[in-house]
Design a protein around this ligand. Structure first.
Ligand code: TAP
Length: 465
């Protein structure tokens, strides 16, 4: 009876995970989807604590129960406070830390369970694989976190690091195979394997450029899912297995989607030295000619006399936290009969859906957020395109320069609009560290300054017209 109830709870939880994931594919339902999945996870945890029967000990020792609830309380508090306080631009860091915790849990399960399963090859295989993958995910996520928060600025590439890393990886799995099939229960060897796996995680992530971290985090996320799935297999726990598989496949899909949207193979992310110029522009600029610098007042006049405006938000909008003032600008223009839309590039910003989440925060109507394929044909009939803190996603080199690192990446066709206004602080490069010819286009005017300051001035100028 109790077992049936537990299975039912696990089934409900698994369904909420799938439903939650599905709902996250749309900004309107994403928040609710998150809540459904979290509720499912709560059910699964409660069910496991009170109803799970591990075959040996069905009585719930009060001290152990107290410790479990204390750990849950502390974990919930830390998670809640960090998530509440985190700024939108720091979200990838938070995700990497949370992901690292998942990997650490999987690794700890391996360390705890190994000695209880000696002689059972199937279980040992799940334990060792879960421990290796979880440890790699944990230490890799910590390095990703340090790179994202700026502590580790430069990628560290020792000579022949690809070969060295491959040797360490093969060595780690060979060691793991010995632990499974070598008939040993040595604690020293188990700890050594754990340390070696942690070391591989560090070696795997340190050569990768800081700006590529979102892709790496998503990849590590899929590792954590896989490690958790091994835990589910070990404990014959369906919800852990389903959850792990969902995280693993979602992480893998997200990694593929991001690489595809940047038109870069995963091998290029892992082994390529992409965008490591620290904001300094690479590529010859003298061939482009001069730029046009426009003041905010003239920009306001231009916008006031247009019929249709498309706003292209990018990473700089998030940095400046200018999402509220851009919404104010949009409403002001619309109140004057000007049609306004937002053009959303799939990899604008630094994480999937970054612009959608950012603009949703300021209550921009979802109907106004138009995906790249749908908005591209509309630029030709647009009077003014306002590019705010975006760079790579509007760089024509992706179409015209086969030597460019972003060649082949689909971009927003802002060049076909009648007038292009670009707001950024300087002529510095974006993520890919390359020159942008768009800034030298005769139709383009640069409006230099921090996005929040410039947009605030733009709104007040418009209000006076
Ligand atoms: P970027 O190419 O990174 O350009 C952002 C621009 O914003 C910079 O050139 C910067 O110029 C400007 N900026 C920074 N702070 C600003 C501020 N306070 N006010 C005004 N402007 C500011 O951004 P993007 O066009 O959004 O492209 C995203 C890039 O990230 C792509 O290359 C993409 O492949 C990559 N990427 C994205 C993801 C996901 S999933 N979104 C994941 C990994 C990589 P100044 O310094 O001159 O101001």
């Amino acid at each position: 009876m109790i077992q049936n109830l537990l299975e039912l709870l696990y089934l409900v939880a698994s369904v909420t995970f799938i439903l939650g994931l599905k709902m996250m594919s749309n900004p309107k339902s994403a928040r609710q989807g998150n809540l459904y999945a979290a509720a499912g996870m709560t059910l699964a945890i409660i069910g496991t604590i009170f109803l799970y029967n591990n075959g040996e000990n069905t009585s719930r020792e009060p001290v152990k129960m107290a410790l479990i609830f204390l750990a849950i309380l502390v974990g919930t508090l830390i998670g809640w406070l960090t998530a509440k306080r985190v700024q939108m631009t720091k979200m990838p860091e938070l995700v990497s830390m949370f992901n690292g915790m998942g990997g650490a849990c999987a690794a700890l399960i391996g360390l705890m369970e190994f000695h209880h399963n000696i002689g059972d090859t199937g279980s040992l295989l799940a334990i060792i694989l879960g421990m290796i993958i979880g440890s790699v995910s944990f230490s890799g996520s910590v390095i990703a976190f340090l790179k994202l928060n700026g502590t580790m600025r430069k990628p560290i590439r020792i000579p022949s690091y690809n070969i060295i890393n491959t040797i360490i990886l093969v060595g780690t799995f060979a060691f793991g195979a010995y632990m499974v099939y070598g008939d040993t229960d040595s604690q020293t060897l188990l700890i050594s394997l754990f340390v070696l796996s942690l070391f591989y995680g560090i070696m795997f992530v340190i050569p990768i450029g800081g700006a590529d971290m979102p892709v790496v985090i998503s990849l590590l996320n899929s590792f954590t899912g896989l490690a958790a799935a091994f835990g589910g297999f070990l404990y014959d726990n369906k919800v852990m297995l389903t959850g792990g598989i969902l995280v693993g496949s979602a992480g893998t899909l997200l990694t593929i989607v991001m690489c595809k949207a940047m038109n870069r193979p995963l091998s290029n992310v892992i082994f390529g030295a992409f965008g490591d110029t620290g904001g300094v522009v690479t590529g010859a600029s003298d061939k482009h000619g001069s730029i046009k610098d426009l003041n905010v007042n003239d920009a306001a006049v231009l916008m006031n006399y247009s019929k249709k405006v498309i706003i292209v938000p990018g990473y700089g909008l998030a940095v400046a936290q200018a999402q509220h003032v851009i919404h104010e600008l949009e409403e002001l223009l619309e109140s004057r009969g000007i049609e306004v839309k937002y053009a959303i590039h799939p990899v604008a910003g630094r994480m999937p859906g970054h612009m959608n989440v950012l603009l949703a925060e300021s209550n921009v109507d979802y109907g106004k957020l138009v995906e790249m394929e749908d908005i591209n044909p509309e630029f030709a009939t647009t009077d003014v395109v306002l590019v705010v803190g975006a760079n790579d996603v509007v760089n024509p080199a992706a179409k015209t320069d086969p030597a460019s690192p972003i060649y082949g990446m689909p971009i927003l066709d802002v060049e076909s609009a009648k007038n292009i206004l670009v707001n950024k602080r300087s002529m510095n490069a974006g993520y890919a560290g390359i020159e942008n010819e768009l800034f030298y286009n005769p139709k383009t005017s640069m409006v230099f300054g921090d996005a929040k300051n410039v947009l605030t001035k733009l709104v007040s100028e418009l209000k006076e017209m």
